[in-house]
Design a binder for this molecule. Sequence first.
Ligand code: F6R
Length: 243
Amino acid sequence: MTITVFHDADALAHELAVRVLGAIARQPSIVLGLPTGRTPQPFYAALRAQTEARRTDWSQVRTFNLDEFVGVGADDPGSYRAYMERELFGAVGVARQHVGFLDGRAVDLAAECERYERAITAAGGIDLMVLGIGANGHIGFNEPAPGLHARTHRARLEAGTRASNADLFDGDVAGVPDEGLSMGMATILRARSVVLIATGEEKTAAVEGMLRGPITTRLPASFLQLHPAAVVLLDRAARPMEA
Ligand code: F6R
C-alpha cells in the first residue's frame, strides 16, 4: 500500500479533492465509491470549493455509497443519503439519476443488496473508491467478526459504530439503527483504485493493524493489503510510529 502522511486533515482533504477532480477531468463519467462519517467532511468541503474554482462538471459522474442504515429512508436527515445530499450532491450538481444508494427501507433487504451489486456491475464497476476506517478497523459496515461477507449484505453495527454516528440522530445513540446495509469486502476490493483516508489519533491503532498486521476478519481494513494499488492518506495524528 502506498502511504502519504499530511501535515493536517485539511491538507489531506485538499490533495484528495484535487486528485478526484483530476480523475473526473480525465474521465467525466467516472464511477466513484463514497463514504460518509466525520473524516470525509473536510474532503467534501474541499471538493465543493475546488469544483467551484475549477468549474468541474459533475453531470456525468456516477456514484455508489458504501452503506446505509436499515429502516432509515432517504428523506430522513439521519440517513447517509441525506448526509451526501448536504455534503456533496447538492453543491456540485451530481445528476440524481447517477446516484447509486442502498435503500434502508426496502421491503426485501436481501433483494435490495442484490440489486445494488447488479447496479455496480451494470455501471462497469467502481473506478475510484474512497474509504474511511473505524477505530475498530471496520470499513463500510464490515465490522470485525469471525467471518466477513464478500458482497453487499445486511450488517449488525457494533456499539462503538452506533455511538460514532449519534450526531446524525441529534446526539441520541439510542436513535441510531443497530443494523445497516453495506458493500462487502469483495465489492470494495473490486474497485480499480482505492484510497483510504484516516485522521486523528483515535485511528492510529486501526491504521497500524491495517498496514502491518496479518490479514484478518478481526480487522476488516487489513483486507486492503490484497488490493493491487491501495493508497492510504493519513494526517500526522493517525500515523503509526514507523509509517
Ligand atoms: C461510512 C463508513 C464507515 C466510516 C468509519 C469512519 O460510510 O463506511 O466505515 O468510514 O466509521 O467514520 P468516521 O469518519 O466518522 O470516523
